[in-house]
Write a protein that binds this ligand. Structure first.
Ligand code: PLP
Length: 402
């Protein structure tokens, strides 16, 4: 047999692009390993360690040999805690049969889409959008349909755009508030309008609320599943990664109509089985213990958001919209297009990122990764010193353009 020519890989494998967030971060780390002082402002995770009381719960689980498979839905304690959290914090009346834990919010979104999408079903996604949503829709056999907003609209969801994007094939709307990459927090009025539209056209709603605790200026987070028209058709996805600085623990949760949760349990049961047993015990403690650390982290993120505003706000070549939540600025850079830098003429968001990496050793993510080539994404999930240095380099980089 000729082993030189293996059969072609799947169409699906070809459709999955490399994450641009990962690509630029990897290059930055390579440079750093070569001894270059690089400032990396690409992180999508808190720079805080997981709290000691959460780590203690994990250590206890290990010491008690709590190291076996668990029920796919989750251990009874986490199922109860998640159902209570949805009810008391979000006002979402999901019963214990309507919730489950997942290997991160990401798997929750994948579960929901795999349960909902039939081949060719369309899923409306507000753009700019987090990188994984369109890919997850495609993996589920669906067709992502961007509903674009942009800098000119301050990235607010385009409600008219949603209505005109609905077709016979539309099955669901996939939302994210607070939003990555824009920092927009949807208002109750916006969410009510989307809920009404979903009800009018009988669409499912999948809402990713992973940044719910990273919300500034005393705004309140509203879960769309509580609003008229959205009840009974909304899957709410959340997780521990951001709120409790637990990205590496790989645990998230979801709630929704019982049929979707049962289907998701079957899907997850075949793909990954139960969630890490130790993380589940740690997560129970995260939800049940006092939430002081969450407040401290939110306040710190708000201070950093304000620092960026102070330093980059006056730069006339940049367009900034002050983030209402999450941990990113999505900065308009199109005024730089046409200018000349060390890597040649800048014509798109990728060129801007290349230029800043090359000339200043500061790394951002091109907006094209999120479907908006006018902008670049800058994370403020890093120490104030790193952030100051990064902002200084960005300003220097702009001043150095011809
Ligand atoms: N949803 C959004 C909008 C995110 O930005 C991220 C992480 O960057 C995730 C989900 C992934 O969360 P998890 O670590 O719980 O899978």
């Amino acid at each position: 047999m000729n082993m030189g020519e293996l059969k072609k890989l799947s169409h699906r494998a070809g459709e999955i692009e490399e994450s641009q967030t990962m690509a630029f971060t990897a290059r930055a780390i390579e440079l750093r390993n070569d001894g270059v002082d690089v400032v990396i402002l690409t992180a999508g995770e808190p720079d805080f360690p997981t709290a000691d009381h959460i780590k203690a719960a994990a250590k206890e689980a290990l010491d008690q040999d709590f190291t076996r498979y668990t029920a796919v839905q989750g251990i009874p304690e986490i199922v109860r805690a998640v159902s209570e959290k949805f009810r008391t914090v979000n006002g979402l009346p999901y019963t214990e049969q309507q919730v489950m834990v997942t290997t991160g919010a990401k798997q929750g979104i994948a579960n929901a889409l795999l349960a909902i999408c039939e081949h060719g079903d369309e899923v409306l996604i507000p753009y700019p959008s987090w990188v994984s949503y369109p890919t997850l829709v495609k993996l589920a056999g669906g067709t992502p349909v961007p509903v674009r907003s942009g800098l000119a609209k301050h990235f607010r969801p385009d409600l008219v755009g949603f209505r005109s994007a609905v077709t016979r094939r539309t099955k669901a709307i996939l939302l994210n508030s607070p939003n990555n990459p824009t920092g927009v927090v949807y208002t109750e009025t916006e969410l009510r309008a989307i809920a009404a539209l979903a009800s009018e056209f009988n669409l499912y709603i999948v809402c990713d609320e992973i940044y719910e605790e990273m919300i500034f200026d005393r705004r309140t987070h509203v879960s769309i599943g509580t609003l008229p028209g959205a009840e009974g058709r909304t899957v709410t996805v959340n997780g521990f990664s951001k709120t409790y600085a637990m990205t590496g623990w790989r645990i998230g949760y979801m709630g929704g109509p019982e049929e979707i949760i049962q289907a998701s349990t079957r899907i997850q049961g075949q793909v990954t089985s139960s969630v890490n047993s130790i993380s589940q015990r740690a997560a129970v403690t995260a939800l049940r213990a006092p939430q002081e650390r969450v407040r401290v982290m939110r306040e710190e993120f708000e201070r950093r958001r304000d620092l960026v505003w102070e330093i980059l706000g006056p730069v006339k070549e940049l367009d900034l919209v002050k983030p209402e939540g999450a941990m990113f600025y999505f900065i308009g850079v199109s005024k730089l297009y046409g200018r000349q830098g060390s890597v040649g003429r800048l014509t798109n968001s990728r060129d801007v990122v290349e230029y800043l990496l090359d000339s200043q050793h500061v790394v951002l993510v091109p907006g094209s990764a999120f479907g908006d080539d006018e902008c670049v994404r800058m994370s403020f999930a890093c120490s104030v010193d790193t952030l100051r240095e990064g902002l200084h380099r960005i300003r220097n980089g702009i001043a150095g353009l011809r």
